[in-house]
Design a binder for this molecule. Structure first.
Ligand SMILES: *Cc1c(COP(=O)(O)O)cnc(C)c1O
Length: 232
């Protein structure tokens, strides 16, 4: 009943391989995330056999699913949706990495909870709002250097490992490409300025992952193309 998931992951994965080859990138540096929001645990479990990572948007939904998750299943879970400060503690218990750190207040809250709970380090990405769309969360591109400076100085338990963005809501390839290449440029600049490895660039979804890979994505977040339409 969930056979289609293996087939869909294989199709997406083959596309990734072809796109990587065409633009001269190493396929092994691109991870495939299955975005399982609104889909049942059974589908996540099946997908976990074929994808590198799983992504969920909402802490409540993910935490309910976690309760039924097999402890032996080590597929990492990333939080990719906006995190409210009052859910920060639950998010740290539920996820292996938070991609959607989008305010300094949230970073401070996460760091304080890690300190309280005796955890030395937790991996995060900074979400950047490349399109400037007000419906989107994320740090403004021009504020990213200051944001890094503050997090590095004041949130020692957060290990910043990458940047994340959502492509603009448009069919216009040029603006999508500009958003993704812009995030890559910011990442390169932050590596140089702060001497961080910052290996991950999380960008690209079902509709725009080809462009994202061409612009340097290391994690593509794929929902619909793997699981089909969401039952909202
Ligand atoms: C839902 C979602 C995705 C996956 O979107 P699809 O278009 O279904 O592939 C990726 N990233 C984020 C942040 C999302 O909310």
């Amino acid at each position: 009943m969930v056979d289609f998931i293996e087939r869909n992951v294989r199709d997406v994965s083959e596309k990734i391989t072809r796109i990587a080859k065409d633009c001269g990138r190493d396929r092994n540096e691109i991870k495939l995330m299955g975005v399982s929001k609104f889909h049942p645990l059974e589908m996540m479990t099946e997908a976990s056999r074929w994808v590198d990572l799983l992504g969920e948007n909402r802490v409540q939904e993910a935490s309910e699913k976690r309760a039924g998750w097999s402890v032996g299943n080590k597929t990492p879970w990333h939080l990719i949706g906006h995190l409210q400060k009052n859910k920060a503690r639950k998010a740290l218990e539920t996820f292996d990495l938070i991609e959607s750190v989008d305010s300094f207040e949230l970073a401070q809250t996460l760091d304080r909870i890690l300190e309280e709970t005796g955890r030395e380090s937790f991996p995060v990405f900074i979400e950047v709002n490349m399109s400037g769309e007000t419906s989107k969360n994320g740090v403004a591109p021009e504020s990213v250097p200051g944001f890094f400076e503050n997090v590095l100085a004041q949130c020692p338990r957060l290990s910043v490992e990458g940047l994340m963005t959502l492509g603009p809501l448009t069919e216009d390839e040029r603006s999508i490409r500009a958003a993704f290449s812009g995030l890559r440029d910011i990442c390169v600049a932050m590596r140089a300025e702060f001497g961080l490895p910052l290996p991950e660039l999380s960008m690209g979804m079902s509709g725009d992952f080809a462009i994202a890979i061409q612009e340097g994505s290391t994690i593509v977040r794929i929902g619909t193309a793997i699981f089909g339409p969401r039952n909202l």
